[in-house]
Design a protein around this ligand. Structure first.
Ligand code: PMP
Length: 396
């Protein structure tokens, strides 16, 4: 779609929703927890639109981690990480993440989005080819575009299509396959065993974005690659701290040379301040929890809640697509109806995450629900009651 036309479409749609009072975006919250929020007008809502899957954003140890680091180092660093923004807590977080994932090194970026842009955009160049799943997160597409490499999109989770496209690009100097370990809106996993085989056969590097899977799946919480038994075959592990860690920041883990190269040449790292010390302190505390016994217990509870949510919605006849995880999409179809359903739900006490264009193709829409370890059975019952009611109340 032409850029000007796209902006015009977005503006007209949003302005129409605002005029008709069906604008489900940007709700102002006065208090929050992983499962409950109070809106600025005083109403309490049940939250299913979060990525705080383990409920760590309000865990006392994580909050203390943030407070202690802030008290010790202040709210900001002196400069970018490479100059004077790398405190002991940043160093400890990088070392602990690398040790957790059994990798020689890790590098912190300000966010997950800048990690994908920094890593892919720096490592790959015009003579290379990047193979990317059609459903990958938008930040991967941004990194790929930045690199100047040939970008080859393969059909979602289609390893035959990937194999054909790898074979057709044997002239590329280097090849990188990059996939989300767990897809952020459809809630299905990448077939990482087959993809790792293809990477080996075609001498391609394999990068996995574990944004939604790290902390939440795998026996040690190490993500989709651990779950699939291929962790050691992944060359570049990427993740964000904005989901299961209950914090903010992104990181990449891999070889010492990879991290050294990125630390000294990735502009997304070099030209932007890193996360504040308090945020790094929160992430470090979250890592201690999710890699320990409490992490295992929370993952079990999350898997139980996710299965209950999926089953309850299916039993109520709601289309949740192909998800097998804690990310549960409610597939609605037209963008306008999606906004109206989300708005109806907010009015009736359920906060979801409506995925609207440009996050999804123009004209389409879905509600993204995130189960968490903190949801109670009655929260799931509330969602399973309200969502079918909303779909009945809002005409096609
Ligand atoms: N990768 C994936 C798969 C994501 O879903 C997201 C966040 N929505 C990101 C990367 C970016 O992470 P961040 O929020 O830390 O920028």
């Amino acid at each position: 779609m032409d850029f000007g036309v796209m902006l015009e479409t977005v503006l007209t749609t949003v302005e129409r929703w605002q005029a008709q009072d069906v604008y489900p975006l940007l709700p102002v919250l006065s208090t929050t927890s992983p499962t409950r929020a109070r809106l600025a007008d005083g109403r309490e809502v049940t939250v299913f639109g979060t990525c705080d899957y383990l409920g760590l954003s309000q865990h006392p140890d994580v909050v203390n981690g943030a407070l202690e680091a802030t008290q010790r180092y202040g709210t900001n660093t002196y400069g970018t990480q490479i100059h004077s923004g790398h405190t002991e807590v940043h160093r400890d977080l990088e070392t602990s993440l690398a040790a957790y994932l059994d990798r020689p090194a890790a590098l912190l970026f300000p966010t997950g989005l800048t990690t994908n842009m920094g890593v892919i955009g720096t490592l790959m160049g015009p003579r290379d080819a990047i193979f990317t799943d059609r459903f990958n997160h938008g930040s991967i597409a941004l990194g790929a575009r930045l690199s100047g490499a040939r970008v080859v999109t393969f059909a979602h989770n289609d390893t035959e299509d990937l194999a054909t496209k790898l074979a057709a690009c044997s002239d590329a100097e280097r090849r990188l396959i990059v996939v989300d370990g767990l897809f952020s809106t459809s809630g299905d996993y990448a077939p990482l065993c087959e993809i790792a085989d293809l990477a080996e056969r075609h001498q391609a590097l394999l990068m996995v974005d574990e944004a939604h899977s790290m902390g939440t799946v795998g026996t040690g919480g190490r993500g989709a690659a651990e779950l699939a038994g291929v962790l050691e075959r992944v060359d570049i592990i990427m993740c964000t701290m904005s989901k299961a860690f209950g914090s903010v920041g992104g990181f990449v883990a891999g070889s010492v040379r990879l991290v050294r190269a990125l630390r000294h040449s990735a502009t997304a790292y070099l030209l932007s301040f890193g996360v504040p010390p308090g945020t790094a302190g929160a992430s470090l505390a979250a890592l201690t929890i999710l890699s320990g016994r409490q992490g295992t217990a929370r993952r079990e509870r999350l898997a139980h809640n996710a299965a209950m949510l999926r089953e309850a919605l299916c039993a109520a006849g709601v289309d949740i697509g192909v998800t097998t995880s804690h990310i549960v999409p409610v597939i609605i179809g037209p963008t306008d109806r999606t906004a109206r359903v989300a708005s109806w739900l907010l009015d009736h006490g359920l906060l979801t995450a409506p995925m609207l264009p440009p996050a999804v193709p123009f004209g389409s829409g879905l509600l993204r629900l995130g189960a968490t370890a903190e949801h109670e059975d009655n929260d799931i019952a509330t969602a399973a009651r309200l969502i079918p009611a909303a779909l009945r109340a809002v005409p096609e």
